[in-house]
Design a binder for this molecule. Structure first.
Ligand code: ATP
Ligand code: MG
Ligand code: MG
Ligand code: MG
Length: 576
């Protein structure tokens, strides 16, 4: 590739709304251009890196025996209604109507469609196991799209779905995917950790996230440096440790009143550890009249972990219920706040979720206790106030660090991560809801045992940059660099000798399969170097008349502090 033919468009400054370094550098390098919040064009340079990520994923998925297909971006509501997720997905799912007023959604994920395929295609146990995957656009109307490709609304995901005869066989499919993900992230050249993750309503211990280690990550990971133990802080397994600390705090004498309770009080009232991540909000009140109607203004916002939290609440599992709280019904909430029925979605999970989701109990407690009752009144606009971003890791460092690891092999530490992959055992959740069965050896129909496996293809680019950059720009791991080698001829238009040598080197490198770009723009060295350092090309070879007279060129690896002189003939050995 010649630079004059390629579309290079680097910027001196990042747009002022860019927040994190990967977003700034991708914009400055000309990899992405923003169309709307969380919606980007992938420019030729960005697409080259994306294609490399996709190729590695595709090769490893194929090697693992998975089969690629493509499922529709626009998916019919009927399938989503079968599993109840048409209602459950809430505002994150973008819905649309066709000209006949039929409902559709842009796929945020594809369990429903793939289960529909399985129930039509996979009739017999002889056809199992099967693993279908796609590398496709997803749309999630994220509450807070940000950080460029890291939390986009439109983004590319590799999503795979396995179908098995039994839970045991599904476990094997899971293990294969787990090993495949390790190969993928090893090949991508990223520092990552596989961490145990919350299994939500499914239960069990079969959910792992692959987290790229970076200070700007949105997730917090507890891990044991001396062993393999690692878990997302959200995971209950990690939480008993935190709960023990909470136990040491004074027991509650009575129900705390807003404005009086400490964070620990609130956590205890709810029967959850301080580190609980808020995923759902449940409205509750202790202020009901004798008929059981919501009477006053004292509305507590109770917060619980995970989508399944509501069921825990309903099952009376949360200690908070014992503290004399009664949970309001949807009708009560609707009556009290005058909002439209259905607007709230499942009982109690309502608009405030979008305003103050993803907070720790500590933050929520501050929020609840520091706020006036008026803050909780439904106005038609947004509820509540937005909070400053919680610093989960800083909040929890004292609580976590130094505690014994659950595996008994050392003490815990905490760090931040970016979730780039997620493997999940689904059991029969979807196959039962959609009545997807096959005929087993005994001639009886059985529900498929399923698993799902996602990788954030475009998020990987952001994560790689968060982990690998310096003041001059991006430092790509070789495997996903848009170009691996750049040749910078000094005096391109003036010197035939430079042009000839540059072309010779280009041909020799290209013949080895390397991805080379020749900068024939006739720019000054300073301009060329600044561009390629910003873009992050791993190897740079500079060719000038003066060096050539002695048979020498300059070589600089992207991480090298300075250039080194090399005999022309040594370049290949150095770069490859
Ligand atoms: P997060 O916790 O970051 O919102 P998630 O758990 O909702 O992610 P999954 O449903 O597990 O995401 O999807 C699989 C993968 O897709 C994630 O591991 C992540 O790498 C990627 N992904 C999810 N949401 C986004 C997004 N908004 N932008 C870019 N990539 C995303
Ligand atoms: Mg999400
Ligand atoms: Mg997640
Ligand atoms: Mg996930």
């Amino acid at each position: 590739m010649r630079a004059s033919q390629f579309h290079l468009s680097t910027l001196k400054e990042a747009p002022s709304d860019a927040e994190v370094v990967s977003q700034k550098l991708m914009l400055r390098a000309g990899m992405i251009r923003k169309a709307a919040a969380g919606i980007y064009s992938y420019m030729p340079l960005g697409l080259r890196a994306i294609r490399k990520v996709e190729t590695i994923i595709r090769e490893e998925m194929d090697r693992a025996g998975a089969m690629e297909l493509i499922m529709p971006l626009v998916q019919p509501a009927e399938l989503w209604q079968e599993t109840g997720r048409w209602d459950k997905m809430g505002a994150e799912m973008l819905r649309l109507k066709d000209r006949h007023e039929r409902d559709f959604a842009l796929q945020p994920t594809s369990e429903e469609v793939v289960t529909d395929i399985a129930r039509q295609e996979l009739k017999s146990y002889r056809q199992l196991p099967k693993n279908f995957y796609q590398i496709q656009i997803k749309f999630r109307d994220e509450r807070r799209p940000r950080f460029g490709v890291m939390r986009g609304r439109e983004f590319t995901m590799k999503d795979a779905y396995s179908f098995d005869r039994s839970a045991e066989a599904a476990g094997r499919s899971y293990d294969i995917m787990f090993a495949t993900y390790k190969r993928i992230f090893d090949r991508l050249g990223l520092e990552y950790r596989a961490v145990a993750a919350d299994t939500g309503a499914i239960g069990g211990d079969r959910s792992h996230e692959f987290q790229v280690i970076a200070d700007t990550g949105e997730d917090a990971i507890v891990y044991c440096p001396g062993s393999d133990y690692a878990a997302n802080i959200e995971l209950a397994e990690a939480l008993p440790l935190l709960a023990r600390r909470a136990e040491a705090t004074k027991p509650l004498e009575k129900t705390p009143t807003p404005g009086k309770a400490s964070c620990a009080d609130v956590a205890q009232l709810l029967g959850v550890p301080l580190a609980t991540t808020v995923k759902s909000l449940v409205l509750a009140t202790d202020d009901v009249d004798e008929k059981g109607n919501l009477a006053g203004v004292t509305v507590w916002l109770l917060l619980v972990r995970g989508d399944h939290a509501l069921n825990e609440v309903k099952a009376g599992k949360l200690e908070g219920l014992k503290a004399g709280f009664r949970f309001a019904t949807e009708t009560e909430i609707v009556d009290h706040f005058g909002c439209k029925p259905g607007y709230l979605g499942p009982i109690g999970v309502s608009k405030p979720v979008r305003v103050i989701a993803d907070r720790t109990v500590a933050h929520m407690a501050d929020f609840i206790c520091g706020a006036n009752a008026e803050d909780f009144h439904y106005t038609g606009a947004n509820w509540g106030r937005d909070l400053p971003e919680p610093d989960l890791v800083a909040d929890l460092r004292d609580v976590v660090e130094g505690d014994p690891s659950p595996d008994g092999r050392g003490v815990l530490a905490i760090q931040r991560g970016i979730e780039v992959g997620h493997v999940f055992y689904l059991g029969t959740k979807y196959s039962k809801a959609m009545n997807a069965t096959f005929l087993d050896e005994d001639g009886k129909p059985k529900h498929f045992e399923m698993g799902c496996y996602g990788i954030g293809v475009t998020r990987i680019l952001g994560a790689a940059i968060e982990q690998n950059h310096d003041t001059r720009g991006i430092i790509w791991p070789g495997a996903i660099a848009p170009f691996e080698v750049v040749i910078c001829p000094v005096g391109w238009s003036k010197s035939q000798a430079v042009r000839d040598e540059a072309q010779k080197l280009y041909d020799a490198l290209t013949a080895t399969g390397a991805d080379v770009i020749l900068d024939d723009r006739d720019e000054r060295p300073g301009v060329m170097f600044a561009d390629w350092e910003l873009i992050g090309v791993p190897h740079r070879v500079t060719i000038g008349d003066r060096g050539l007279k002695e048979g020498m060129v300059e070589y600089q690896g992207r991480r090298d502090p300075e250039a080194a002189r090399l005999p022309v003939g040594d370049v290949l050995g150095h770069v490859l």
